[in-house]
Design a protein around this ligand. Sequence first.
Ligand code: S3P
Length: 170
Amino acid sequence: MIKNVVLIGFMGVGKSSTGRMLANMLGFKFIDMDKAIEKKYQMTIPEMFEKHGEAYFREREKEMCREAAARKSVVIATGGGTIKDPENVAILKRTGRIICLSASVDSIVERTSGKGTRPLLDAMEDRRQGIIELLAQRQPMYDQADYTLDTTDLSPMQVARDIISYMKHR
Ligand code: S3P
């Protein structure tokens, strides 16, 4: 059975742009978990953090992991913190191959420089230092992936091609 493809990794590594392209190339449906949560609850992620707090968002995220993992032939782009919860990792691993995208701190800082879309980053006093610390804290979780790919110097198309070639040789 061809497994789902689950993209994990820190904010700004290209999970959504790569995921969309990869899904097109594989003829799979694409599920962007954050977008799906926003659609289901009719509110943006920053609004959800603001109104209900992070813990509420994490519960919605777990639900979405279950819904997404129950589908077949899908590419799933997780949020940067989805894999903090080991249960989410277990749920996603049951039906999917876990691919971690990584990138240099410089490119993460650059790619996430916009304000108003990522509440965790907006709350940081020193964004660069905050990113370095959060990344270090989460690294052991990202290391649980079946395959990791550094996207710093790659386009979403190149990343998608690399993942397809990895999937073929499994
Ligand atoms: C988060 C990453 C975000 C989003 C939420 C929390 C995180 O997703 O799920 O703001 O904890 O790293 P992206 O990785 O798509 O930015």
